[in-house]
Design a protein around this ligand. Structure first.
Ligand code: SF4
Length: 407
């Protein structure tokens, strides 16, 4: 395993530099296993989207949401964490992190920097909804330390954005991307969702082309899924048409073909990047690297321990304000579990996962042999690679069944 590949080489111009490594490079994936990162969960959303079951605070129904109190709690939780070493990546997710002011986001970044330290190249990323972007947003976010922005476009078809209850226009996304480029972010990413029953193949192709025409470095595409308890699932139970898996597979293929032609490498099932722009945080977590998690419902994984925080805002705040880590659960992972988890996560990567440890057990099992015979997985050099990315979850389920009889 290489431990000399850093997320980005030291740059000459903006302090973050650039790397020419392709996002699906196996050396990059191996090195990522050693990077350290932190996730910060900002749970606030202006409203709940009909397909979303995340741990959020819906500001359209919750009265008196106190962003200040939550930021103070986050800073305090960060200060309670044990020393961890300099961070290679920080990712603000949600929820909608862009509902906090840049000053508040900057306070959290500074707390992380004070407690753990940053490297010269540390990737500091946040998710932004286009409707929260104004002319000052890019400059403000850059000035408090963000180097990467992930813009939640979801679609460029106004009708689909309507059924997804997104409040921005296609033009707002376009303007946010151009503004972010001018502001000097090292990496600009877009998120798209495909496969709503009312989406046509022409609508999807149009969204893909508009996204790829923009000056972006990274793009994530997610199939619309029906989660229990969401407004979408209730509509379907009441008779609305559900998403069609075969149609979604076609849409995925359309995207992969067009993004590849436009110079993006698929490096994970849903993620595609130009050379030098793989998401450091994503690569670190998918290679089972160590990461800290702060905020409501956040998970972390370090020193062989996996923990998760309370999902209820009142419990989270009460614990932190009393000087207690707001843990809902903690699990100690033995070496075999860690090895298996790394294999499972690595199946998602285009570079695959090392064909050693648990991989050998799986490859020798009847389930593994059957998948090899069907060509669903291959061994390329010293790595196991899934050949049909959309079937990765099915492969992981087979591997999990082997792990349960192996233990
Ligand atoms: S903005 Fe994102 S996190 Fe918030 S409700 Fe919509 S999908 Fe969920």
């Amino acid at each position: 395993m290489s431990d000399t590949v850093r997320p980005m080489s030291t740059g000459e111009d903006d302090g973050f530099g650039s790397s020419s490594l392709r996002a699906n490079d196996a050396d990059l994936a191996d090195a990522a296993h050693l990077w350290k990162s932190a996730y910060v969960h900002i749970p606030f959303c202006a409203h709940r989207c009909p397909y979303c079951d995340f741990a959020i605070v819906d500001e359209s129904v919750e009265a008196n949401v106190d962003h200040r109190r939550y930021v103070d709690a986050l800073v305090r939780e960060i200060e309670m964490e044990d020393p961890f070493g300099p961070l290679d990546a920080v990712n603000f997710g949600g929820g909608t992190p862009s509902l906090l002011s840049s000053e508040q986001l900057g306070e959290i970044i500074e707390a992380l920097r004070r407690r753990f330290g940053f490297r010269a190249h540390t990737e500091v990323s946040l998710e932004v909804n286009p409707e929260d972007w104004s002319t000052d947003t890019g400059g403000n976010l850059r000035s408090v330390g963000f180097t990467r922005v992930s813009i939640g476009a979801q679609s460029f078809d106004e009708q689909i954005m309507g059924v997804l209850s997104r409040r921005h226009s296609a033009d707002a996304t376009t303007e946010a991307v151009h503004s972010a480029r001018v502001s000097g972010f090292r990496t600009i990413s877009l998120d798209l969702i495909y496969g709503h029953p009312r989406e046509t193949s022409a609508s999807w192709a149009g969204s893909v082309d508009r996204a790829l025409d923009l000056p972006i470095d990274h793009i994530s595409t997610y199939a619309l899924t029906v989660e229990r308890g969401t407004a979408l699932s209730r509509e379907i139970l009441a008779g609305a048409t559900p998403p069609d898996g075969d149609v979604q597979a076609e849409r995925y293929e359309t995207f992969c073909e067009r993004s590849s032609t436009a110079g993006f490498d698929r490096y994970e099932v849903s993620n595609h990047a130009r050379p030098g722009h793989a998401c450091v945080y994503n690569l670190s977590t998918w290679t089972h690297g160590e990461y800290l998690g702060f905020g409501l419902g956040a998970h972390d994984h370090r020193w062989g321990v996996r923990s998760r925080n309370h999902h209820r805002l009142d419990r989270y705040l009460e614990d932190v304000e009393a000087g207690i880590r707001p843990r809902l659960g903690t699990e100690h992972l033995d070496a075999d579990s860690q090895d298996r988890d790394r294999f499972m996560l690595g199946l998602r990567l285009a570079a695959g996962t090392p064909a050693s440890g648990f991989a050998t057990t799986f490859l020798d099992s009847p389930e593994g042999t059957r998948l090899l015979d069907h060509g669903l997985i291959i061994v390329e050099g010293d790595r196991v690679v899934v050949t049909q990315p959309m079937l990765t979850d099915a492969v992981a389920r087979e591997a999990l069944s082997v792990s349960s009889y192996d233990c």
